[in-house]
Design a binder for this molecule. Structure first.
Ligand SMILES: NC(=O)c1ccc[n+]([C@@H]2O[C@H](COP(=O)([O-])OP(=O)(O)OC[C@H]3O[C@@H](n4cnc5c(N)ncnc54)[C@H](O)[C@@H]3O)[C@@H](O)[C@H]2O)c1
Ligand SMILES: [Zn+2]
Ligand SMILES: [Zn+2]
Length: 406
């Protein structure tokens, strides 16, 4: 039988590359698999040989022990792959196709999927609406930081690249279509970014950088990125963003120094619940509501805030009891008084996947450069997780099968 290798969560701070089962057209029992999903037939699936699979800040929440992810969970929701086996119910994909895999697993048949809300599909996760590969509370679909992975409802969930050679040539850009490019773009779209907008992006991790590049693509007049990490701010400046160090003063004051007014038209939270008010590592002060409160203060009346940053309902490492259950101390009065609107949740990647693919293929955006994509071998995943956790200004792309230029 063909073997498989995959990145597994082994407890707080620890990931290992382990031997795992080769995928079958059935969801088997394993760490994190919802009992109601065990034995589920997946004749509508394909098995992919992974071409590229990225490490994400969302994975880091689990690896830092900030979720209830079980030990042994195979990680990985940012997947691009080559079809090597086709389930009997798949009509439109064939062996040899190179496909992008939006991280949201969706059935394509339910009420939400029909409305394009693929981040809250009703049929794939018995725990709650919405699912993803290799993620806690997402039904137990096996992660794709692996040599091989199963993709269910593949005619729907695995959009095919038009040309194999062209796809492999731009693969470091195209791999960002599985999550962070659409996610950053969704953040910008839902913040109302358009031609001439002024934009503040909180967070210069890969999602924040993707949001900043997206805001530029949408025609923003100025994009300001805030973080506490100087290397990441330097990365934002490398493609024309202004930057602020959020530890150096209030966000509105620093915006005023740049724009002449203490607010922007559009705000984006690319940080999430592990937001800090200052510092790194041991000296860091965590303040889970700080980014949302700063964005409400810094977004002009009538504006909108896109919130791709992740917030959870169960955080074992929270700063206080309320935050443990996801209840944060928000100045909603500020938001209400300014008639701000908010968009949260998983990005419905499918909604943007094709248009952003076209932007990449036709050289309208250099997303791999913006996020500083770096391929590393699958076996080096523990090092990639550690460096990313330490704040490297790098988007790590795992290369399990040698497709990528190392
Ligand atoms: N909604 C979605 O569909 C979706 C998809 C992908 C990722 N995400 C989430 O987006 C968030 C960002 O992902 P990432 O991969 O870029 O993670 P990341 O951890 O690499 O980046 C977060 C950045 O925020 C910075 N930060 C911390 N406190 C801050 C503050 N007060 N102000 C400004 N910056 C601050 C950190 O220094 C870090 O650089 C995560 O919460 C991730 O789970 C959501
Ligand atoms: Zn991701
Ligand atoms: Zn659905």
């Amino acid at each position: 039988m063909t073997k498989n290798r995959a990145v597994a969560y082994q407890g707080p701070g620890v990931v290992e590359v382990v031997d795992t089962e080769f995928p079958a057209f059935e969801l088997k029992d394993g760490p994190g698999v919802n009992p109601a999903n065990i034995g589920r037939k997946v004749n509508h699936g394909v098995i992919l040989k992974t071409v590229a699979t990225n490490i994400c800040g969302s994975d880091q929440h689990m690896v830092r022990g900030r979720t209830t992810a079980p030990v042994g969970l195979v990680l990985g929701h940012e997947i691009t792959g080559e079809v090597v086996e086709v389930g009997p119910d798949v009509e439109f994909l064939a062996v040899g196709d190179i496909v992008s895999v939006p991280f949201n697993i969706a059935c394509g048949r339910c009420r939400n999927c029909k409305e394009g809300k693929t981040g809250i599909c009703l049929n794939v996760n018995p725990d709650r609406p919405g699912s993803a590969y290799g993620y806690v509370d997402m039904g137990g679909w096996v992660g794709g930081q692996a040599e091989y992975v199963l993709v269910p409802y593949a005619d729907w969930n695995a959009p095919k690249f038009p040309d194999r050679d062209q796809a492999l040539e731009k693969i470091l850009d195209l791999t960002m279509l599985s999550d962070i490019f659409p996610t950053g773009f969704h953040g910008a779209v839902t913040a109302g970014v358009g031609v001439g907008s002024t934009v503040y992006v909180a967070g210069a991790g890969p999602v924040g950088l993707a949001a900043a590049a997206s805001a530029q693509l949408l025609g923003a007049a100025v994009v300001i990125v805030g973080d506490l990490n100087e290397d990441r701010l330097g990365q934002a400046r490398s493609f024309g963003c202004e930057t602020i160090d959020v530890g150096a003063g209030s966000v509105p004051d620093q915006l005023e120094a740049l724009l002449g007014v203490p607010h922007v038209d559009a705000g984006i939270d690319a940080v999430g619940f592990e937001a800090r008010s200052q510092g790194h590592g041991a000296g860091a002060v965590e303040a889970p509501a700080t980014v949302l409160n700063a964005l409400m203060a810094a977004t002009a009346a009538g504006g909108a805030i896109g919130i791709p940053g992740l917030y959870v309902t169960d955080d074992p490492g929270a700063v206080d009891e309320a935050a443990r259950a996801g209840a944060l101390s928000l100045s909603l009065g500020t938001g209400w008084a300014k008639s701000l609107s908010f968009t949260t949740g998983q990005c419905p990647v499918m909604k943007y996947n094709r248009q952003l693919m076209m932007a990449i293929l036709h050289d309208k955006v250099e997303i791999a450069k913006a996020v500083n994509a770096k391929p590393i071998p699958l076996e080096d995943a523990p090092r990639g997780y550690a460096e990313f956790d330490a704040g490297a200004a790098t988007k790590y792309v795992l290369n399990p099968n040698g497709y990528l230029p190392l």
